[in-house]
Design a protein around this ligand. Sequence first.
Ligand SMILES: Cc1cc2nc3c(=O)[nH]c(=O)nc-3n(C[C@H](O)[C@H](O)[C@H](O)COP(=O)(O)O)c2cc1C
Length: 226
Amino acid sequence: MTTKIGIIICSQRTPRAGAQIAQWVFNAIKDVTKPDPTSASASASSVSLNLIDLSTWNLPFCNEPGVPSQISSVDEYVHPHTRAWSAEISSHDAFVFVTPQYNWGYPASVKNAIDYLYHEWKGKPAMIVSYGGRGGGRAAEQLKQVLQGVRMRPVEKMVALAFLGREFTVKAATGQPLGLDEDAYGEGDGEEKERVWAKERVEIGEAFGELLTLLREDNREGEKLS
Ligand SMILES: Cc1cc2nc3c(=O)[nH]c(=O)nc-3n(C[C@H](O)[C@H](O)[C@H](O)COP(=O)(O)O)c2cc1C
């Protein structure tokens, strides 16, 4: 059976760095889910990764009359966009939230997207990758608490992607290419250049390993809506 994991692009800003950072996270996870040719186990090959872009969903500010935790059927949702969002989240087994830090917190776009639903999130493993000047750790901590509020199971390890200097920060804020796919990054021409977020790439592999462990435990309390 294929395990479907959604990588959520939490920023809805125009312009934004979120899409290219989420793509980089996607690629880093794809690397670790490549089947190991020396292993008899095929479990890693049955993971499907999908980008879920909140900008594409562009959900209006939550306008459902019901309290999501008290909904017992998708028929109770009033709006077609809520039903579609419910189907999208229900179709995934776990999530990776890729979030920027705005004013020491996460963006309103992701809180809004979470608040639309409850049962669809409940019991599912989640991983948080934050980014910002210093890595966005405050946003990650706050988001973790919200995910626990909808009874998700956030993995312990959170990955913080800190911007690499002033030029990088300006490029991120203005949505310019960050050169994340290149082998090196640096404003100077030194030998000290190293691959962008090399250490964090390893951490993403470790956090994703935790996510897969939670999925394997399969003790999901998730309640399916009819
Ligand atoms: C409204 C707003 C508030 C911000 N607050 C912070 C902050 O608290 N800490 C930080 O490190 N960066 C902060 N930044 C910088 C963002 O982390 C940076 O611009 C990043 O590119 C935003 O992600 P996005 O481009 O995907 O929207 C802020 C940016 C915006 C637009």
